[in-house]
Design a protein around this ligand. Structure first.
Ligand SMILES: NC(=O)c1ccc[n+]([C@@H]2O[C@H](COP(=O)([O-])OP(=O)(O)OC[C@H]3O[C@@H](n4cnc5c(N)ncnc54)[C@H](OP(=O)(O)O)[C@@H]3O)[C@@H](O)[C@H]2O)c1
Length: 147
């Protein structure tokens, strides 16, 4: 079975995105900077698949040491995953992508950050229930978010 994972960061109320970027884009507090650094450290060497707007936010330098793939809604999730054999695959979002791939995700790593501003993309805790036998790393009470 493919090792499919998700790693995401959310604000205090489940905020995920704003205007095509992280809602806390440009925040310099340590928690925000550490979270971005951890994401690129953990996903290094693996496959990162995401929708076009999310892929557009991946810094070009990060494509050197991971496989970044843009997926479209016309791609069948099972076929996409099968392309990568036994590699570790991270489903990178956005929300419609997590919803469509949730049944394949074996591990969710979710960090809640101290952000309480606006958003136009939101986390949905129901995604976590769509996979059988999936596990969750809940950083800072992220899974207390029920929207
Ligand atoms: N906080 C975090 O950890 C985090 C992580 C990632 C992204 N984000 C944020 O999320 C936002 C980007 O997400 P987004 O939803 O706006 O755009 P997106 O990343 O382009 O993802 C959504 C698009 O993916 C495509 N897609 C591919 N496979 C799909 C499938 N099986 N089912 C449904 N759609 C599929 C669809 O486009 P087509 O129909 O055109 O193919 C869909 O419109 C940004 O604000 C970004 O910063 C936040």
């Amino acid at each position: 079975m493919a090792d499919v994972r998700a790693m995401l960061a959310i604000g205090l109320r489940g905020q995920l995105g704003l205007n095509g970027h992280l809602p806390w884009e440009g925040a310099t507090d340590r928690a925000f900077k550490d979270d971005v650094a951890r994401f690129f450290q953990v996903t290094r060497g693996h496959v990162l698949i995401a929708g076009p707007r999310t892929v557009a936010t991946v810094p070009p330098a990060a494509t050197a040491d991971r496989t970044v793939v843009t997926i479209r809604s016309t791609d069948a999730p099972g076929d996409v995953i099968a392309q990568f054999g036994d590699r570790i695959i991270y489903i990178g979002g956005g929300p419609a992508v997590w919803r469509s791939y949730a049944h394949l995700i074996r591990h969710w790593d979710i960090t809640r950050l101290p952000y309480d501003g606006p958003a136009d993309r939101w986390f949905d805790a129901n995604w976590l229930t769509l996979a059988k036998n999936s596990t969750v790393t809940d950083n800072a009470g992220a899974c207390d978010v029920r929207l």
